[in-house]
Design a protein around this ligand. Structure first.
Ligand SMILES: [Zn+2]
Length: 560
């Protein structure tokens, strides 16, 4: 079967000047459709139909054929697609290529992929239909049972009958998405029809269905394709000896399972009656598959939203007692207090600087910042040094006591009972907090309520899709199911933020992945890798730049 891919790209265009060659992320728009067409397996030939020599030249440089030029009479603003395709079939036959099927690929659909093209051709072949057209599900608010028309200034249902407001009661309806792909038999085109009478649907996702029609859509697409290069000069190394003084890190790892050590010593496992099942903390679904087991606990992956989380867990009172326990206080004291000054200068200052770039505070007023789970208050201290009004809360008395001794406004209260009025803060920090929570959504919502409209939430969580886990698997120390109950990735943390009226404006990673890996090889595997140690910082920069660092950092704005 001869399948002819046709990319129509005429010179003149109204909405966007010279649209097909408009640059998006360093490449002409046409290049994105060329990529998907060339990667498709089902296209025998791929041609560009154009009246414009510049477009023809660009098309050839992209590896596309331009075997004929389209006549100017078929390149007007109001020329329909049917005669353009009929012309292409006829011109190709004159060049000795008899197309059985024509696949129309509009350059204005740059996110259609090769598999969509192949699926359309396969569907046409399998069903014997006249044509296959790509469609996208209509968003529920535009469903015909929801749309309204105006009668003067009075709203009327567009179609007769009662309005349907419940999403699940609405019929599924579809619209052509450009269309991004049309596969049609050449005989149907030559019979005078673009679609024929038997048309089948290729349903595509909303993301792949982008149809660029305006300069702002083009700009949006261009920025989404841009590779967010980071410059090596921005990289700030971490002094491990100052961050983890003495044997504090080793003792953290050794005391990792302190809340369950007694249980495991007595029963060999955690008795079932101490554990309770919970739904997915992001989406509430209950279909989850086992991801891995560690420290006698199970980590699962949500079948609906992909979040990785510990399930079953202990109940809330158990975790409260864990964080109040002497063993945990000792971990915090060894790791936190002894490195406090280093943390202020290295991490606190960095975080305050990052927040400054996103804050919207009227000139002359100091930013108001609350650090939730502030530990010893190293970020609060850096914010205070920068002239901010900064407060912190934490449930760990020894950490708070230390910070207060340094003159910081720190309080041992829970987030739900801070006494701060709603909207009190321009920025709220949740650093290394939500991974510990049974119900992280509740805490994030409480934090959002304390934000003024337009205020920012700054969140740190471990990155499940990090180099640490890729290098060490379940041995990565952040996989700590007795304490870390939720494991986010750049994509699941974005989803989580968006469910709480937060718009993520920055998602980046940093980490000590290489240092932690070297530590693991040295201390656990007894391997010494001097050459790897020499380039560890540079490798860490690459890891961070690719968004595979262990710490996910998210700045999200409260929508007004
Ligand atoms: Zn879920």
């Amino acid at each position: 079967m001869n399948v002819l891919g046709v990319i129509p790209a005429r010179g003149g265009s109204k909405g966007i000047p010279n649209k097909n060659l408009a640059m998006a992320a360093g490449r002409p728009l046409l290049a994105y459709t060329a990529d998907s067409a060339k990667a498709a397996k089902q296209l025998t030939r791929i041609i560009v139909s154009t009246d414009d020599e510049t477009i023809a030249g660009t098309a050839r440089s992209l590896g596309l054929e331009v075997p004929f030029m389209r006549p100017a009479t078929l390149a007007g603003d109001d020329t329909p697609m049917l005669p353009v395709l009929q012309h292409a079939v006829k011109a190709m036959r004159e060049c000795g290529f008899a197309a059985d099927v024509v696949v129309l690929l509009q350059p204005t659909s740059p996110l259609r992929r090769a598999e969509h093209i192949d699926a359309a051709v396969n569907l046409l072949e399998r069903t014997g239909a006249d044509s296959v057209v790509s469609v996208v599900e209509v968003p529920h608010q535009f469903n015909p049972v929801s749309v309204l028309s105006l009668d003067g200034d009075r709203l009327r249902p567009f179609i007769d009958g009662p309005l349907v407001t419940r999403r699940q009661d609405k019929p599924k309806v579809f619209a052509r998405n450009g269309p991004a792909v049309v596969a049609v038999r050449a005989s149907v085109l030559e019979g005078g029809s673009l679609y024929g009478t038997d048309t089948r649907a290729l349903v595509m996702g909303g993301d792949a269905s982008l149809d660029i029609d305006s300069p702002s859509e083009l700009a949006q697409f261009a920025s989404s394709m841009r590779i967010p290069y980071r410059h090596a000069s921005e990289y700030q190394p971490v002094d491990i000896a100052q961050l983890r003084p003495g044997g504090s890190y080793k003792s953290l790892i050794e005391k990792r399972t302190h809340p369950i050590d007694d249980l495991v010593a007595r029963f060999g496992r955690i008795p079932d009656e101490l554990l309770t099942s919970r739904p997915c903390p992001t989406c509430g679904a209950t279909d989850a598959a086992l991801e891995l087991e560690k420290d006698h606990m199970c980590i699962v992956r949500c079948g609906s939203c992909d979040l990785v989380y510990v399930n079953p867990t202990f109940d809330e009172s158990h975790y409260k007692s864990v964080y109040a326990s002497q063993a945990y206080q000792d971990i915090v004291r060894d790791l936190g207090i002894n490195s406090h000054e280093y943390r202020v200068s290295r991490f606190g200052t960095e975080r305050v600087g990052m927040m400054s770039q996103f804050l919207r505070v009227p000139p002359g007023r100091a930013p108001r910042f609350l650090d939730v789970g502030c530990s010893t208050g190293f970020v609060v201290e850096a914010a205070k040094n920068a002239g901010w009004e900064a407060s912190g809360i934490d449930l760990n008395p020894s950490a708070i006591e230390y910070g207060r001794s340094r003159g910081l406004d720190l309080r041992t209260v829970a987030l739900e009972s801070t006494g701060f009025a709603p909207g009190s803060f321009d920025a709220v920090g949740l650093f290394d907090v939500v991974e510990h929570l049974l119900d992280p959504g509740r805490t994030v919502q409480q934090a959002v309520n304390l934000l003024a409209p337009g205020g920012i939430l700054f969140l740190y969580v471990p990155n499940y899709d990090s180099a640490s886990r890729m290098l060490m698997g379940a041995n990565a120390h952040f996989i700590w199911p007795t304490h870390h109950l939720n494991y986010y990735t750049p994509s699941t943390v974005r989803d989580f933020m968006q469910r709480h009226r937060l718009v993520p404006e920055l998602i980046v990673t940093e980490g000590l992945d290489l240092q932690d890996y070297l530590w693991y090889r040295r201390e656990v595997l007894n391997r010494h890798d001097e050459s790897l140690e020499e380039i560890a910082d540079l490798l860490q920069f690459f890891v961070n730049a690719g968004c595979y660092g262990k710490n996910l950092r998210v700045i999200a704005r409260r929508s007004a």
